[in-house]
Design a protein around this ligand. Sequence first.
Ligand code: HEC
Length: 144
Amino acid sequence: MTLKTILSVGAAALALGSLSSAPAQTPGKVDFETQVLPIFKERCFDCHQKEHTDPKTGKVKKPKGKLRMDNPELMLKGGSEGGDLTPGDAAKSTIYTSITLPETDELAMPPEGKGDRLTKEQQDLIKQWINEGANFGAWKGAEK
Ligand code: HEC
């Protein structure tokens, strides 16, 4: 083996190594359905989906703040109190800013006492997804 071969083999091994140890979030775009939707489903849908009857209590549940997050068009349309999603600008999107507020803030989501804060990783994932254009991919969500 010449020195040159050794060097290039080494470089290839290094490149492979860095690929397999790549962090979960970056590089590359965030995928809505596999990365963001599961968080919304688990942490937001309970209060922000189409009006439905709660199977446990038998009570009719309306979407809070008139914000529905179970349909892409309705999420973009936003809610009654200025809740919104601005593709490309997470800082202007209350769907993101509300999750970064401390629990005691009245605009914090989920609301005080209604569950843990989202983790920093989840917050960053949502931020990245919005800043990349809030692309929903093939997701159609629930009917309007
Ligand atoms: C336990 C119920 C509950 C959960 C869970 C919840 N919300 Fe809310 N959300 C509310 C209520 C109630 C309001 C209406 C404003 C208020 O009273 O604070 C609201 C309002 C909002 C608004 C403002 C909408 C508008 O225009 O009025 C946004 C944005 C929002 N929520 C985002 C989220 C996100 C993102 C999640 C998930 C991380 C989430 N919410 C989870 C109850 C909830």
